[in-house]
Design a protein around this ligand. Structure first.
Ligand SMILES: NC(=O)c1ccc[n+]([C@@H]2O[C@H](COP(=O)([O-])OP(=O)(O)OC[C@H]3O[C@@H](n4cnc5c(N)ncnc54)[C@H](OP(=O)(O)O)[C@@H]3O)[C@@H](O)[C@H]2O)c1
Length: 335
């Protein structure tokens, strides 16, 4: 094979209008430089936080992906060609590569990790095992510091990060409540994931429902969205409650500054701490989360769902799902 299909960023997207921003093109595969690998992508995971890379920000945070670059994504694939002594052709790996059918990566930068071929489902390497799992595992346990019997609330609860976070909190002994955007999602988190309660934020009065389900206040809020849901949460935090700030789904597609939270005062009244965190901060402890996830999977204590879109040419469909609520579990592309 001499050619590959790649998604390249051609201009900065406005809101959710991703189609004009990306171009899907066939191009020659260059000779590998010393140390590089050519990976045949099998699955590509979609991550909502990558929306930050598409903004033209100049504050030094999350340096924007340069125009013309191939879009970066996490993948599981097979090494097709290796120019690196430590990696052999045919090895199954997880890596940060490109939205493409073939990725060219340098292991020094791409977080290449050899997949255990004995695992039942290799997709778990972009699911429970690896960075997605780390976000939820460390976000709940290290940032949230749950104690048995405490009340735990998570937003975007039926997505990748939220569905894992709720289960980690449940395993830690918390009463677990999830917020999501459809009744189907609420049914799923309660019946399959073991959440105690669910709130459909598109239908219910979120603040009233939180009061009903958390009469003694929320001890830990795992926030994936911020925006109006955070404002509904703040007055309902327990004294000395903790907010683990994971992400800002409500504003990733916003143009210009985002106002709020309006109920900021409750951080003071309730002596609440709010801590932002990033999963790469926990890279050095990844093995700890991976081992636990594998154990919980084997014991049937945790489950994970993939929302699969077929064909690398449909990557934008899979990407957009996260911003419109079209996914249940992790949105991935089967290349
Ligand atoms: N801190 C870290 O290191 C880290 C790492 C990974 C992910 N994250 C964060 O985790 C969050 C989820 O990311 P993910 O990749 O796992 O995606 P995901 O949860 O699988 O998909 C995103 C979900 O967010 C919900 N959503 C979208 N817009 C919303 C809004 N305005 N208000 C409320 N809910 C909304 C949608 O479901 P509904 O139907 O419920 O609306 C959608 O399914 C993101 O904020 C991301 O940045 C953080």
């Amino acid at each position: 094979m001499n050619e590959r299909w790649v998604w390249r960023l051609q201009r900065r997207p406005e809101g959710m209008d991703f189609e004009p921003a990306f171009e899907f093109k066939s191009e020659p595969i260059p000779d590998l430089a010393p140390g590089e690998l050519l990976i045949k992508n099998i699955y590509i995971g979609m991550d909502a936080g990558t929306r930050n890379w598409l903004h033209p920000r100049e504050d030094g945070f999350d340096v924007p992906l340069p125009l013309g670059s191939a879009m970066v994504g996490i993948l599981v694939g097979t090494i097709e060609e290796s120019n690196h002594p430590a990696y052999t052709k045919g090895t199954l790996v997880r890596a940060y590569g490109q939205w493409a059918d073939y990725s060219i990566v340098n292991p020094a930068e791409a977080g290449v990790f050899v997949v255990d071929p004995e695992i039942d489902d290799i997709r778990q390497y972009i699911g429970l095992i690896g960075p997605s799992g780390w976000t939820s595992y460390f976000g709940v346990l290290d940032v949230g510091k749950p104690k048995p019997g405490e009340t735990f609330l998570v937003s975007a609860a039926a997505g990748s990060t939220g569905s894992i976070a709720g289960q980690v909190a449940r395993i830690a002994g918390c009463r677990t409540i999830g917020i999501a955007g459809t009744d189907e999602k609420i049914d799923w988190i309660k019946s399959d994931l073991g959440f105690d309660e669910g709130i459909n934020y598109k239908k219910d009065d979120v603040e009233e429902k939180i009061k009903e389900y958390c009469p003694n206040g929320i001890d830990i809020y795992f926030d994936n969205v911020a925006g109006p849901i955070l404002d509904a949460v703040l007055p309902n935090m327990a004294i000395h409650g903790r907010i683990a700030l994971s992400g800002l789904m409500d504003s990733y597609n916003a143009e210009g500054p985002v106002p709020g939270p309006y109920k900021f005062e409750y951080l003071l009244h309730k002596r609440v701490s709010i801590t932002g965190f990033f999963s790469p901060d926990y890279f050095h402890r990844g093995d700890e989360s991976d081992a636990r996830m594998r154990q919980w999977l084997d014991e049937g204590l945790i489950t994970f769902r993939f929302d699969e879109t077929n064909g690398v040419e449909n990557t934008l469909v899979a990407y957009k799902k996260m911003f419109t609520g079209g996914n249940i579990g992790k949105s991935i592309v089967k290349v």
